[in-house]
Design a protein around this ligand. Structure first.
Ligand code: SF4
Ligand code: SF4
Length: 190
């Protein structure tokens, strides 16, 4: 992916100082930019900035660029970076720390289609269903048409069951979702 040169609008040292006091930020200033985190990350090709770049950007106080990056939403919390960092920095925790800060600033995941489909399927059935995820996400994401032959091949080999195992009683789950949606609404209003 072609990366744009970052031209900082402003540096915010208070942002850097806040992050180094929060989970994942403790050893952030010791980063030596070795790139082990970026090289270990299975989804760095989808990120606009790799974990290594995010760490450096925080050091430089590039608050706006960090919080608007898709990196914090794409991270799968696989912990590969955190277990390999030679300086004891935990980019995984860092991403989780940055999400609520971004949300408080009114910034949302701009590419939440899959998350929305996943939450919808779980809310309705109490469980994830690979078939429903695949089919519903394919409808909302036109680029997925390329994966159709793969999906059909999985179905014909019995690897993608068409039946959906539903949870008997989804009332508690619905209450949890409702609470989450109310909290999200409150954050949006702030
Ligand atoms: S692995 Fe650790 S030291 Fe190396 S670039 Fe990533 S955060 Fe920095
Ligand atoms: S925890 Fe996130 S940033 Fe770290 S390697 Fe996994 S996906 Fe990448």
């Amino acid at each position: 992916m072609q990366k744009e040169t970052i031209i900082p609008e402003s540096r915010d040292n208070a942002f850097r100082d806040l992050i180094i006091k929060m989970p994942g930020g403790e050893n952030l200033l010791t980063c030596m930019q070795c790139g082990t985190c970026a090289g270990s990350c299975p989804v760095s090709h989808e990120m606009d900035y790799t974990p290594r770049q995010i760490v450096r950007m925080i050091q430089l106080g590039l608050k706006k660029e960090v919080l608007n990056s898709n990196t914090i939403w794409i991270c799968t919390t696989c912990f590969s970076c955190s277990v390999r960092c030679p300086r004891g920095i935990y980019p995984t925790e860092l991403m989780e720390t940055l999400k609520p800060i971004a949300m408080k600033e009114g910034i949302r995941n701009k590419n939440a289609k899959f998350d929305t489909v996943f939450a919808d399927v779980v809310k309705k059935n109490g469980r994830a269903s690979e078939f429903l995820l695949f089919s519903k996400y394919s409808i909302s994401e036109p680029g997925m048409i390329k994966q159709a032959p793969f999906g059909i091949s999985l179905i014909t080999k019995g690897k993608l069951p068409l039946s959906v195992a539903k949870m008997d009683d989804t009332r508690e789950l619905e209450a949890i979702f409702k609470l989450g949606e109310e909290n999200d609404g409150m954050e949006t209003e702030k």
